[in-house]
Design a protein around this ligand. Structure first.
Ligand code: M6R
Length: 609
């Protein structure tokens, strides 16, 4: 939510800022802006809407400088407009500031500053911080920022520059949303997310909460919340910068759907000893003996990650026989959960920065739970507060709709379930591992076989006003995920439902205009049950679309359309089943002219509550 970039060094700053913003635009696209400092003067440019609007503006009215800041906004305080775009310059024109997050006490601060003679041009909480810092500025920017910080309540990451003769300097502070500094020779970079830095450097420092950093071309210094100098470790990123490009695909989402074969393989590679049938998890600081004392698992997540948590419940309960509860991050800490040291809380998050998930994890920890995370971003907040991490090696996921993050989370949950079984029983059965080894080929097959049919299906149904997705058992969360993908990408209203629940309400929706996508894979009792549910749809003239690994005849010859998928182990089948639904959402969004990589009102990483 909001992207921050900064640069100090010897190069012309604006092209660097614009390149960084392009890579961060998925974090928010309500407005964008840059400030460059040249000969002690601010040159700013801002535009409402997507980054291209700012680009056009800069082409006709360029700005220059050797250091500066850039911002792409997801609006919280004040509507999307140029007036509310960052950077915000204080009313005496001495500091320029960009910000991600929410300042909760901005109103009393604003009233006080107005009484002191400071003026405001925007509706934002950000401008309050700019004026507050300027009110304390007496030659030394870091001290003014530190003083202002001590008065701020809320979650924020921000970066500030001044034109009052401090030389090339950026001051950055973090309390909540992420900030990462990229280190290079004679120049330094700042960003909300490493994907904006990868083309310049892979050596990075992740700021901790409460940190204040000062970047000059020669060095980076960091002080903690008490003003004490601290050394934050330099981490070397392994992500390939090319992965953060579209690589010939029209959209990141389509590219990321295709990357799932590799991403899934990368997520289990090195963690499974196929020869000795062992799961090898690194980055786990909880001893095996401590894990044996775990009696319950609480999974905490939001959105798509919550859907993977629902499947995780099936996996862990079936494989490791430990009871699992799954909560939305935003609900957990407000429901007074029963937690103690026998609970393992597992936060699932692609970004590792989702405020609701992090708060829920912290709430679990405060009540005594042990903390674990499944996460895609190295060094993110979720990984730093956890005692155990399984990284999903999905690489950067840029499309706002989660695809490869979801399927790799499912692999990570499968590994976690197997690991817990191994800890409890001393061994994992080989068939679980063989099933995993077979998975990448099946993913490759389903993408290859279903891309065109899903484009055709989208052509046929893209004018539908509603969609219903049905699934049962471990595939019920896939119905939820299919519906979420469709609504966020195409803006078609879609509902996911457990097929057996349809008769308790949603059946009233069914008519000849309602496409009903039912997941009917497997050959167990639930398959038979879904078949009956499909009969119920058919009897009411609904459009029956079956996603199945069985022969069409086995479904009773009542399907209007069939999506055929390969069969894998029932515990891994959701990974295969979701892929055609991702493709269907993608092509439907495309047909409807929606911006599939940056759907309206959304942001990739939701760092506000
Ligand atoms: O980074 P996280 O996994 O914590 O993000 C959670 C949700 O915001 C995210 O999954 C969201 O629902 C996606 N837009 C879904 O495609």
């Amino acid at each position: 939510m909001c992207g921050i970039v900064g640069y100090v060094g010897h190069r012309e700053v604006v092209p660097l800022l614009m390149d960084g913003l392009r890579r961060l635009e998925y974090r928010g696209y309500d407005s964008a802006g840059v400030v460059a400092v040249e000969n002690g003067a601010f040159q700013t440019s801002k535009a409402e809407g997507k980054l291209d609007r700012l680009k056009e503006k800069l082409e006709t009215a360029p700005v220059h400088g050797q250091y500066g800041l850039g911002h792409t906004r997801w609006a919280t305080h004040g509507p999307p407009s140029e007036r509310n775009a960052h950077p915000m310059v204080d009313s005496r024109g001495r500091v320029a500031l960009i910000h991600n997050g929410i300042i909760e006490n901005f109103l009393p601060l604003k009233k006080r500053l107005i009484a002191e003679g400071w003026t405001f041009k925007s509706d934002t909480d950000t401008e309050v911080v700019a004026n507050l810092i300027s009110s304390y500025l007496d030659g030394d920017l870091p001290s003014a920022v530190a003083r202002a910080l001590s008065e701020l309540e809320g979650m924020y990451a921000f970066a500030v520059v001044t034109n009052t003769g401090a030389g090339q300097q950026i001051v950055a502070a973090r309390q909540g949303p992420p900030l990462v500094i990229g280190l290079a020779q004679g120049e330094q970079f700042l960003a909300s997310d490493p994907s904006a830095l990868l083309v310049h450097t892979k050596d990075v420092i992740f700021l901790e909460n409460g940190d204040l950093a000062v970047l000059t071309p020669e060095r980076v210094t960091v002080q903690d919340r008490h003003g004490r100098p601290v050394e934050r470790p330099v981490q070397h990123l392994t992500w390939d910068p090319i992965q953060a490009e579209k690589g010939g695909y029209k959209h990141f989402m389509l590219k990321e759907i295709h990357e799932q074969t590799q991403a899934v393989q990368d997520t289990f590679a090195g963690r499974v000893d196929f020869e000795n049938a062992r799961i090898l998890l690194d980055s786990v600081q909880i001893t095996e003996d401590e894990l044996r004392h775990i009696e319950r698992i609480h999974i905490l997540a939001c959105g798509t990650s919550w859907h993977s948590g629902l499947i995780g419940k099936f996996l862990i309960e079936h494989i490791a026989r430990i009871p699992v509860e799954v909560d939305y991050g935003s609900e957990y800490r407000y429901r007074d959960p029963i937690v103690d040291a026998r609970v393992l809380a597992v936060g699932i998050s692609q970004s590792g920065e989702t405020a609701d998930t992090i708060s829920a994890m912290e709430a679990a920890r405060e009540r005594g739970a042990r903390l674990f995370t499944i996460c895609n971003v190295l060094g993110s907040q979720a990984t730093r507060i956890s005692e155990g991490v399984i990284y999903t090696h999905a690489g950067p996921e840029i499309g706002v709709a989660s695809t490869k993050a979801f399927t790799t989370q499912l692999v990570a949950l499968y590994l976690l379930a197997l690991y817990l079984r191994q800890v409890k029983t001393g061994a994992v059965e080989r068939h679980y591992l063989d099933a995993l080894a077979h998975l990448p080929l099946a993913i490759d097959e389903v993408i290859r076989l279903q891309e065109k049919p899903m484009a055709e299906m989208a052509k046929k149904h893209h004018r539908a006003e509603n969609f219903l997705y049905l699934g049962r058992g471990i595939n019920y969360p896939i119905a939820l995920e299919g519906a979420l993908k469709l609504k966020e990408i195409s803006y078609i209203h879609a509902e996911g439902y457990p097929a057996g629940e349809m008769k308790h309400g949603p059946i009233a929706l069914i008519d000849e205009d309602l496409p009903v996508v039912a997941i009917a894979t497997g050959n167990d009792l639930l398959f038979e049950k879904v078949k009956s549910n499909l009969q119920e749809v058919n009897a009411r003239d609904g459009v029956v679309i079956a996603l199945t690994d069985r022969d069409e005849e086995e479904l009773g010859g009542i399907c209007d359309e069939v999506i055929t998928v390969p069969t894998v182990s029932p515990l891994l089948q959701p990974i295969i089943n979701v892929i055609p639904l991702q493709l269907l959402a993608y092509f439907t969004g495309l047909r409807r002219g929606a911006d599939v990589d940056q759907p309206r009102n959304l942001a990739k990483s939701v760092t506000v509550e």
